[in-house]
Design a protein around this ligand. Structure first.
Ligand SMILES: Cc1cc2nc3c(=O)[nH]c(=O)nc-3n(C[C@H](O)[C@H](O)[C@H](O)COP(=O)(O)O)c2cc1C
Length: 187
């Protein structure tokens, strides 16, 4: 295939595996290679996240994808993110906080994407769209491998579970410390 990287085959999620997922993941304190700190201007994705899945995602630029994929395998991760608007822009204070996030690094087997993406879903209702705006991310742990799904509903169920797992896993003292990480901008 002329050296073009091809997405690896992904395992299909089953109902048993979905129901046996743990609700807290990772050790009580982040271990190497975490924390992984990333920053970049948000790119436009295919726009399916918000519309199809009720889960809008901010796509990270290629530079971040390269840095990430050299440190970790594809899959779903958790941590914190902060959206940093240019000063002139009217962006409410609550949208500029450090917020919990889930991130998918992968080939999106369910949608059969042809290239690797890193998409961050920040767990917060934003008032504005933020394409082109800088986002800072601190990745603190791994949740699960990237999977294929028999239906859009099954993918949504796992993403909802990812959000619960991320919130619970971040709600530990050694993880909460990263809310004040120097990577983030304080007011
Ligand atoms: C927490 C999270 C977990 C995800 N897990 C998977 C997965 O296991 N398999 C998959 O095909 N896509 C997964 N996705 C990616 C969605 O398919 C993707 O966000 C959707 O295609 C929207 O992409 P777009 O913003 O480029 O349109 C996940 C996304 C998020 C935010």
């Amino acid at each position: 295939m002329g050296g073009t990287p091809r997405p690896p085959a992904a395992q299909v999620q089953t109902e048993e595996r979905h129901h046996s997922r743990p609700d807290i993941v990772g050790p009580d304190s982040p271990e190497a290679p975490y924390p992984i700190r990333l920053a970049g201007a948000i790119q436009k994705g295919f726009g399916r996240g918000g519309k199809d899945l009720g889960c809008p995602t901010a796509n990270l630029p290629d530079k971040s994808i390269t840095a990430l994929s050299s440190a970790v395998k594809t899959g779903v991760y958790y941590g914190y993110a902060q959206v940093i608007p240019p000063e002139a822009q009217d962006f409410p204070q609550e949208d500029r906080q450090v917020l919990p996030m889930v991130m998918s690094l992968g080939w999106n087997p369910f949608y059969k994407n042809k290239c690797l993406t890193a998409e961050v879903h920040v767990m917060h209702e934003f008032k504005n769209d933020f394409y082109g705006i800088e986002v800072k991310v601190v990745v603190l742990g791994y949740i699960r491998p990237e999977l294929d799904f028999i239906s859009r509903e099954a993918l949504i169920e796992d993403i909802e579970m990812d959000k619960r797992v991320a919130l619970k896993s971040l709600d530990r003292p050694e993880y909460r410390k990263y809310l004040d990480d120097p990577h983030f901008v304080s007011e």
